[in-house]
Design a protein around this ligand. Structure first.
Ligand code: AP5
Ligand code: MG
Length: 218
């Protein structure tokens, strides 16, 4: 089974590596942030609730997130593998995930922890641009779109996320340190953690990530 978790602070490059992983290994990409942004765009009750937290950089409550992920993981396309990006983000989320996977005879193969210095994260997030339609990730300097404001993959409109302002990024980094960083030791203790240097070029990082995935594939 190719059941993978991408862990790392906001701006570490989880979404960027996810695009490369799903293309190469053909597994579904489950990004809780992308699920919430799609719900906000559609104006659903879930979107309205999630927006209250996301705008200020707080986490959406555990029970809401856990319910969505379990439902997604129960689908047929997730039975042979999946890539979780941005989930779990708290110890209760990690415990619920383990219990749920165990109840369906599955387990996590690897947790890939992407490490990047805080000053670099701020530059990455404030310069990031995202496709409104397909959620592809770009950067004004590190990965510009070929045509200004237009997604290279689907031609959709490329925009700046509302939570990528300096103030909200600082809140998100603080929330990461207090609520999500403890997951590093949590997964280290379980022998599932693989830490990579997220400051090398995207393609070089993907070589490292691929080695971990292939070495832990069961
Ligand atoms: P979410 O959408 O998950 O945001 P995040 O975790 O803060 O992570 P980001 O998407 O900001 O960063 P990334 O690591 O994906 O980096 P990227 O590849 O884009 O969550 C948003 C919100 O939703 C949360 O704040 C919360 O409110 C809510 N939420 C989501 N999940 C939740 C959960 N489980 N529980 C509760 N609430 C939840 O890269 C960043 C930039 O850097 C890009 O511009 C990219 O081009 C560039 N870049 C990437 N890699 C490199 C590289 N190697 N070199 C140079 N530049 C690079
Ligand atoms: Mg992301």
């Amino acid at each position: 089974m190719m059941n993978i978790i991408l862990l790392g602070p906001p701006g570490a490059g989880k979404g960027t590596q996810a695009e490369l992983i799903i293309e190469k290994y053909n597994i579904p990409h489950i990004s809780t942030g992308d699920i919430f942004r799609a719900a906000i765009k559609e104006g659903t009750p879930l979107g309205l609730e999630a927006k209250r937290y996301m705008d200020s950089g707080q986490l959406v409550p555990d029970d809401v997130v856990i319910g969505i992920v379990k439902e997604r993981l129960s689908k047929d396309d997730c039975q042979k593998g999946f890539l979780l990006d941005g989930f779990p983000r708290t110890i209760p989320q990690a415990d619920s995930l383990a219990a749920y996977l165990n109840s369906s005879g599955r387990k996590i193969a690897s947790v890939i922890n992407i490490e990047v210095d805080s000053q670099i994260l701020l530059k990455r997030l404030t310069g990031r641009r995202v496709c409104r339609n397909c959620a592809a990730v770009f950067h004004i300097e590190n990965k510009p779109t070929k045509i200004d404001g237009v997604c290279d993959h689907c031609g959709g409109e490329v925009y700046q996320r509302g939570d990528d302002t300096v103030e909200t990024v600082n809140n998100r980094l603080q929330v990461y340190r207090t609520q999500t960083e403890p997951l590093i030791n949590y997964y280290k203790d379980k022998g599932l953690l693989f830490t990579v240097d997220g400051q090398i070029p995207m393609a070089d990082l993907f070589v490292q990530v691929s080695k971990i995935i292939e070495g832990t594939h069961q």
